[in-house]
Design a protein. Structure first.
Length: 349
């Protein structure tokens, strides 16, 4: 993976204050890109965006993706060549609590971004980041392929399925002239240093370890494709780059780990406990909450065959890097230096 392509490129990222967005901004700034971000204030406290020392080296616009006028103004000022759309309401359980906000953000937010891409001829490459949960989940044991039906079950998953459909519609209706290459990327669950979100397994593990309490696991037997955050971030940048250079690469791509890294939540907690040490353990506290998929895998053959892509850090190494980052942060080390070191290690793997 070579990021030198991005030197001097104008890149517009929605959701830049989030977990994935901050890692992407750090990588792009290191490559010399001219980055503009558009997002709400960082969603957690503490937050990685504030720690990563990226804001001073980019143009950061705080705004709601549902606000088309403000978003359009940011686009016009940035004149981006590459647009990567990651802004979303990303939590399944929160989508049950507030489905209207989830649909407004994930569906109409995508409409607004697509409309800005349509109105600005400077854009050459557009990538919409969705989720592995867009597929109609039949709980089968093999991975979903890009041609499987889209029909997410819960409001979050379904809204991201709708986001895919919006992108497909704009691509077919407005971008058939080849002016802009359009792709979507469907990624699995990510772990890594700096994720402070609620209702996610690794942040929950870290909070429990810090407080020297047992880790509470609400569904230890659900299977998910877990990968380090740098895996999808670099895959997104690869897709955006390649379709910028040649429109034949536009399409729909699963971005996930190898099948061996599709593990149960309990197994992931075991990996965390092994890396963290200090006698930390987890307990099963199934709470019978709202419906979530029990078994979910992706078939990433297309990404591998088209680009020669392959995962670099398997799930055990991803957990090692996550714990390494977290312990460095707790001990007062420089967060930007730790991020840069891990980015370099990943690129040189």
């Amino acid at each position: 993976m070579d990021l030198s392509f991005y030197k001097g490129k104008r890149v517009f990222i929605t959701g830049h204050t989030g977990f994935k967005g901050t890692w992407m901004c750090r990588a792009l700034e290191g490559a010399g890109a001219k980055v503009t971000g558009y997002a709400l204030e960082a969603p957690t406290n503490p937050n990685l965006f504030g720690m990563a020392d990226v804001e001073g080296n980019m143009r950061s616009v705080i705004g709601d993706i549902r606000d088309l006028k403000t978003l359009a103004r940011a686009f016009e000022q940035a004149q981006p060549e590459i647009v990567i759309h990651m802004a979303a309401q990303p939590i399944v359980r929160d989508s049950y609590k507030d489905p209207v906000y989830t649909y407004e953000t994930n569906v109409m937010g995508t409409v607004n971004v697509c409309e800005c891409v349509r109105q600005n001829e400077c854009v050459k490459s557009f990538l919409n980041v969705t989720t592995d949960k867009v597929y109609e989940n039949k709980e089968w044991e093999w991975g979903y392929r890009e041609n499987e039906p889209l029909d997410g079950y819960d409001p979050y998953s379904n809204s991201k399925s709708c986001s895919e459909l919006v992108t497909h519609c704009y691509k077919n209706s407005f971008f058939t002239d080849g002016r802009v290459a359009v792709s979507t990327a469907r990624a699995g669950n990510v772990i890594g240093g700096g994720d402070f979100a609620n209702d996610r397994i690794v942040p929950d593990c870290i909070r429990a370890a810090k407080e020297k309490k047992d880790i509470i696991i609400r569904n230890p037997y659900s299977v998910r494709p877990f990968q380090h955050v740098l895996e999808p971030v670099m895959a997104y940048l690869m897709i955006a780059k390649e379709q910028y250079l040649d429109g034949k690469y536009q399409g729909y791509y699963n971005v996930g780990p190898d099948e061996a890294d599709c593990v149960t939540t309990g197994e992931l907690a075991d990996l965390f406990a092994e890396q963290w040490g200090e006698g930390i353990k987890w307990v099963n506290k199934y709470d019978g909450g709202p419906h979530e998929a029990n078994f979910l895998k992706l078939d990433c053959s297309k990404l591998k065959s088209v680009f020669g892509w392959k995962p670099r850090w398997f799930v055990s190494e991803a957990m090692k890097k996550t714990v390494e980052w977290t312990k460095a942060y707790f001990s007062g080390e420089s967060v930007p230096e730790v991020m840069d070191r891990q980015i370099l290690e990943f690129l040189n793997e």
